[in-house]
Design a protein around this ligand. Structure first.
Ligand code: SF4
Length: 316
């Protein structure tokens, strides 16, 4: 039996810019996610994490490589198969307002999956929508509200309710808490954790916020310029992170128990443009440990131990 919900094999996405140059947004990503895992993909903006989410959800088509879902290759599926796939793989976006029509009441929005996929009667769909509100701890009165009457956190709860209404196997949260206040972020993360415990779906949590990812997920995958540079378990992250970029990210996080006088390390410089990248390590220009080989040879993502992989020439 296949234990993996999702497997990405040498997945690539190139874009051609207006100047006819090649931009490698996702540069040969290999990733396997087991059922019930909570996997975070972290990295600075422009690292390719959101493009990766769009590839997995078929919003974008890959340039090459494979996407396996529950062991089946879904890289090139037809319209009918895509509809079924979208029922099983759902996404929660950064700005919930982008998925709501301002003129559509919350209740009608929550009825849609039941009408479109399950062909329920309006009465049955309404009953399901009310259950969905209850699942995300919103009172039934919200059924008749318009999106502008809800706070950002409440809207995100409705977006989560809609995404999980048909019990997907994989939920992709693309910066789903980034636009919210810190206290509301916590509430949404805690809600996702409770829902996952009950419904056993798998979560891919895409975020630039390493602290939130560390808190919520069991595995963190670090991306830099379209490449996975390290993947490891969150509970041993502080102790075991080996890649210079992961270490820099960890040093830039301020933790509640840190001394107020401890300096916060900020990684200097910006990632280089992903257009016309050289053949070597993508982190080379910002790495304090770069050697000659780093400029010419891209390091492979190697398994160091179970659950820990790293792409760096100096890590042995
Ligand atoms: Fe730094 Fe070289 Fe490792 Fe890249 S491969 S992270 S440049 S030491």
């Amino acid at each position: 039996m296949n234990d993996y919900v999702l497997q990405l094999k040498e997945l690539r996405k190139d874009f051609i810019t207006d100047e006819k140059k090649e931009l490698k947004a996702v540069n040969g990503v290999n990733l396997s996610i087991k059922k019930g895992q909570r996997v975070a993909i972290v990295g600075e903006s422009g690292c390719g994490k959101s493009t990766l989410a769009k590839l997995i959800t078929h919003i974008e088509k890959p340039t090459s490589g494979q996407i396996l879902f529950m062991g089946n290759d879904i890289t090139s599926i037809n319209k009918k198969q895509l509809k079924e796939y979208r029922r099983r793989v759902q996404m929660v976006f950064q700005h919930p307002s982008s998925v709501f029509s301002p003129r559509m009441k919350v209740g009608k929005f929550l009825m849609e999956p039941w009408l479109n996929y399950e062909h329920k009667s309006k009465q049955e769909a309404k009953a399901e929508a009310l259950k969905s509100l209850d699942r995300v701890k919103l009172p039934k009165e919200y059924f008749d509200k318009y999106p502008h009457m809800l706070s950002g956190g409440e809207l995100q709860r409705v977006a989560v309710a809609s995404a999980i209404s048909l019990d997907p196997e994989l939920l992709i949260c693309d910066e789903a808490t980034s636009a919210l206040d810190v206290s509301v972020q916590r509430e949404i993360i805690s809600l996702l954790a409770q829902l996952q415990e009950k419904s056993k779906f798998t979560i891919l949590f895409i975020s630039h916020d390493l602290a939130a990812a560390e808190d919520f997920c069991d595995t963190v995958v670090v991306m830099y310029l379209g490449n996975i540079v390290e993947s490891l378990k969150t509970d041993c992250m502080l102790k075991d992170a080996r890649h210079p970029y992961t270490k820099s990210l960890l040093k830039s996080v301020f933790r509640v128990h840190d001394s107020q006088t401890n300096p916060i390390h900020i990684l200097q410089g910006d990632p280089p443009s992903p257009i016309g990248l050289h053949e070597g390590c993508s982190f080379c220009g910002r790495c304090d440990y770069a050697k000659d080989i780093c400029k010419t040879e891209k390091p492979d993502l190697r398994i160091l131990e179970d659950g820990h992989s790293v792409a760096c020439h100096i890590v042995t």
